[in-house]
Design a protein around this ligand. Sequence first.
Ligand SMILES: [Zn+2]
Length: 327
Amino acid sequence: MLATPKPLTDPLSLHHDAIVVDLHNDIMLDVQSGKRDITRRTPVGHSDLPRFREGGVDVQVFALFVHPSEADRGRQRVSALLDAFERLAVANRSALAPVTSTAEIRELQGTGRLAVVLAVENASALEGDPDHVDILFRRGVRMMGLTWNNSNGLADGALESTHGGLTSVGLAVLRRMQDVGMVVDVSHLSEKSFWDVFAATRGPIVATHSNAAGLTPHRRNLTDDQLRALAERGGMVGVNFVPAFLGGASLAQVLEHVTYLVSVMGADGVALGSDFDGFTGRVNGLEDVSQLPALTAALLDRGFEAETIRKILGGNALRVFGEVWGR
Ligand SMILES: [Zn+2]
């Protein structure tokens, strides 16, 4: 008897067949500090290499985070995180590989290896030198946000205003990023900084891990105007699983934000930006990255078309990466 092919609307088949891209994960902090061995499956935190695989993640953005308290030694800090990533990648060649192009991502698809995109969170990593963008680019960094929540020499962050938006150094950094082909992440910016960055850039820019302020008012979330502006540029927002930005701690709230974001931005503007291992606590129904197929099932239940779900899971992210990276 011939086997019947599974229909595309089977959630697990759809999830594992789709390219799944998550735009923000903070696991490198634990890797660099030696706090845990992420090559083993444990219940600690939200992710590790086995759980990325169970969750069907094909591409994971690893955030290289510079805390404001480390801003005066930001280069050293990011260098230490990059060193730790390189050691991890060399020791686990069969499990993951760094990527800097969508061609490399497609090559890795189906091999069971996790494609890792490196991103700097808080450009205090440059210690004020726009030329340092090139150094980070050479080491594989393909995305960067100018600030974390604080204000730095480049721009104001979401929770602190001292400059009134973007500074001249921040502008020079943006220019360098766009010249080399580095994705501009606006998730942690203040609203004024967001609009300054929007005006100073061309092409798609991205809010990798933020939600809709129209649904959950929070300074880390984006207004409808900001969301529409991102969409008009061909950019996107990655849905964040932090309970404070969701307005609750359940899969239902994630679904509400996805639905809202799609209604404001269209299906081409929405992606995933879990923030896993960047917060404490759990989202019911989406406790860790291994539970990600539950989101696909919930989206199907909600009536989203399979093609729309593929875009949200990773299609949109790949499109934007390809556009900014040029390959
Ligand atoms: Zn963040």
